[in-house]
Write a protein that binds this ligand. Sequence first.
Ligand code: NDP
Ligand code: GDR
Length: 350
Amino acid sequence: MNQVMTVKKAIITGITGQDGAYLAQLLLEKGYQVFGTYRRTSSVNFWRIEDLGIQSHSNLKLVEFDLTDQANAIRMVAEIQPDEIYNLAAQSFVGVSFEQPLATAQITGLGCVHLLEAIRIVNPKIRFYQASTSEMFGLVQEIPQQETTPFYPRSPYGVAKLYAHWMCVNYRESYGIFASSGILFNHESPLRGKEFVTRKITDSVAKIYLGKQDCLELGNMDAKRDWGFAKEYVEGMWRMLQAEHSDTYVLATNRTETVRDFVRMAFKAVGITLRFEGQAEAEIAINTANEQVLVRVNPQFYRPAEVDLLIGNPQKAIDELGWYPTTSLEELCAMMVKADLERNQTGHSF
Ligand code: NDP
Ligand code: GDR
């Protein structure tokens, strides 16, 4: 008897970003046909999918798309007729959202609804994943944070993401659309953008170790984050869309550390021990081996409002999706430092 094999089709918005690249790799491994969206820019921006070696995969198609264009969203969904859409595209940098609150609202907030409307119009059976964030918890209301914790976002980015999150819940309840919202805590990797604090630190540690940089300047080192490994988190996204019902899930490690702890860990990975002196804006870190100042606080990197403490409880994802993180922060940090050392040695650092 002839069996018809159906290949699942998935749209990933934001394939040029960290999560988009890892998710594309995962779905290609699972036999999906992947349509990865990118924005037209004046320079090519595919270094992450090149790094993963998937840019020429026969099941990967790159599609030009801008999240702020509703007509573009409807046409794309109608043409591709996907089984699943993962909305990972966003203006995702919290710091920039204070300077560009309206652009952030349009991309990060309304962009999600452009896709939900496209699904509602084209085919309400398409399954939808929204990249929600622990930034929605913002000011601490409960520790650890979980799906039932009240939201109190502290940045235009967090507010925009909260709007998108509630629209997912609303489309789920109003139209029965399978719209799942993953409240993901910070997740990092060698593919992380250099504007985010972990990668800024590991890239600088590599440069300082190789004698290409003197000192690293940071903002608030007291902020505490729950950092996991991005490659594991995209697996959780996929599992959310394979579940029986759409829902909201937290993905996190349930461990929190300060930015200062991550700095200490990253320098330790190249054999440098630091001594921290001074406080807040006057804080510095000194190499105990030669008394050189390697880290300084620069108030320029402080934010108008800060999220002081994030730590997530992933129990619901563990129980219902069988998802759990396995890479420790020490392993993750060492992996990022190693990748940045190699890139800075070969001169191919993105
Ligand atoms: P990145 O910043 O690495 O990637 C964001 C992607 O969105 C890029 O591909 C970017 O394209 C694209 N994009 C930005 N604006 C538009 C637009 N107007 N139209 C279409 N595409 C656009 O983010 P991450 O991969 O780290 O995160 C993925 C998602 O998960 C984001 O929505 C983020 O907010 C969210 N998130 C991330 C967490 C994390 O710790 N990484 C935690 C929780 C949520 P371009 O390359 O052209 O800029
Ligand atoms: P975050 O990540 O804001 O949590 O958002 P980021 O790495 O930018 O900041 C983490 C913490 O470090 C403090 N910090 C600095 N941050 C940056 N970027 N640069 C610095 O020099 C610096 N010094 C101290 C910050 O103040 C903050 O407290 C990330 C993004 O991926 C979001 O898209 C995602 O939703 C959340 O994680 C969960």
